[in-house]
Design a binder for this molecule. Structure first.
Ligand code: NAD
Ligand code: WQD
Length: 343
């Protein structure tokens, strides 16, 4: 059986770590990425870690003819579909870009998977589909709330497109992994999160002031109904998250799926507040951050964390890297990349 796995968005933050884990598990990742939100240096990082040249196509998944050329050249055991636009705030201002890219890429892929008899797909979903849940922690059965951004809507719609296609055509199996808040970097510090421009997510906004790139970290609100008043999230290490993809591929390829479409929460099962995260970062890296409390951010969810019992028991996956190690890895990566960019 083929060991080739098509990884769309494989030069991105989560995709790059997944390529490394796929390689270490004996698969051959084949990357399709248009580099719209990633740098060639990440591909070099993957190749250094694996000590191997990785097959890479600079192709936009919206270009179905170029994407088809990739399907013609390979025989894929599965597709892992990361390629998407992901900035929540930007999606409010550019909804058409988000609907076109995120829905169009998946639809193109599914057409080609049918045509070339590729049966298995892992889809990057998100805890954003739950919104502010009424009961915490959230299980996979927790009802999805109406999306609060076009980005969130694309994740809900993509799950629906997958479920409907799997049920109608009878030729696919799919697993949607609902990631909570991915953070961290590979222990080698050769790959990590490399946001373009002003970062959207918390961790680069923690490490960049620490590296002197940005003056100050703003904490959005300390008047939430939480123990220290700041928001609570479930921060999942990116290497642990990457391993969940390998397990999802194994499960489908080895015929162990319980249903043709399955959904798993990928988090630690532990809620951590923004202030707790900052203090842990300072403690484990022996530094003091410049941070201040500012007003709440519009649309922020007060608290969300995962019930991971289903992914632990059924997928056989569990988050293992302690938060302290994850936060050390981010700082090591930030120092490495700051040095590389200054050269
Ligand atoms: P990322 O932006 O680092 O990676 C996405 C990659 O896809 C980039 O390299 C980009 O160049 C590429 N890409 C985008 N559109 C493309 C297209 N049309 N054709 C080819 N390549 C394209 O993002 P990430 O953080 O690695 O996220 C990966 C996936 O996980 C996304 O689907 C995202 O929505 C989802 N997700 C991310 C988070 C998070 O917080 N990082 C949380 C939940 C879900
Ligand atoms: C985390 C916490 C902020 C920045 C987003 C998407 C979601 C999913 C994960 C893709 C929050 C606080 C942040 C700052 C702060 N992505 N914060 N100061 O909002 O949980 O979710 O990423 O699917 O869809 O919405 O992540 O990293 O932006 O924020 O205090 O400068 O950090 O309030 O509590 P969020 P985030």
């Amino acid at each position: 059986m083929s060991k080739q796995i098509l990884v769309t968005g494989g030069c991105g933050y989560i995709g790059s770590h997944t390529c490394v884990e796929l390689f270490e598990a004996g698969y051959e990742p084949i990357i399709v990425d248009d580099l719209s939100n990633s740098e060639p240096t990440i591909l070099e990082g993957i190749e250094k870690i694996c000590s191997k040249k990785i097959t890479f196509y600079q192709v936009d998944c919206l270009d179905s003819s170029k994407l088809e050329d990739v399907f013609k050249k390979h025989s894929f055991a599965a597709v892992i579909h990361f390629a998407a636009l992901k900035a929540v705030g930007e999606s409010v201002h550019k909804p058409l870009d988000y609907y076109q890219n995120n829905l169009g890429s998946l639809i193109n892929l599914l057409y080609l998977m049918r045509k070339y008899s590729v049966e298995n797909i892992v889809f990057s979903s998100s805890c954003t589909v739950y919104g502010q849940a009424d009961v915490l922690p959230v299980t996979e059965q927790t009802p999805r709330k109406a999306a609060t951004s076009p980005y969130g809507a694309t994740k809900q719609m993509c799950e629906d497109i997958l479920r409907d296609s799997i049920s109608a055509y009878g030729c696919f199996k799919g697993i949607a992994l609902r990631y909570f808040n991915p953070i961290g970097a590979h222990p080698s510090a050769l790959i990590g999160e490399l946001p373009r421009g002003i970062p959207n997510n918390l961790l680069p906004l923690v490490t960049q002031p620490a590296a002197g790139i940005r003056p100050m970290l703003n904490v959005f609100g300390n008047d939430y109904n939480t123990p220290d008043g700041s928001c609570i999230r479930d921060y999942i290490d990116v290497v642990d998250l990457a391993k969940a993809h390998v397990m999802a591929v194994d499960r489908m390829c080895q015929g162990r799926s319980k249903a043709n479409f399955e959904i798993f929460n990928i988090g630690t099962g532990r809620g951590v507040s923004t202030i707790e995260l900052i203090k842990t970062f300072e403690e484990v890296n022996h530094l003091k951050l410049n941070w201040q409390i500012v007003a709440r951010r519009d649309g922020d969810i007060e608290a969300v964390w995962a019930d991971t019992s289903y992914s632990n028991n059924e997928l056989g996956w569990k988050a293992t890297r302690p938060l302290s190690e994850t936060l050390k890895s981010v700082w090591k990566w930030q120092q490495n990349i700051t040095f590389a960019l200054r050269k």
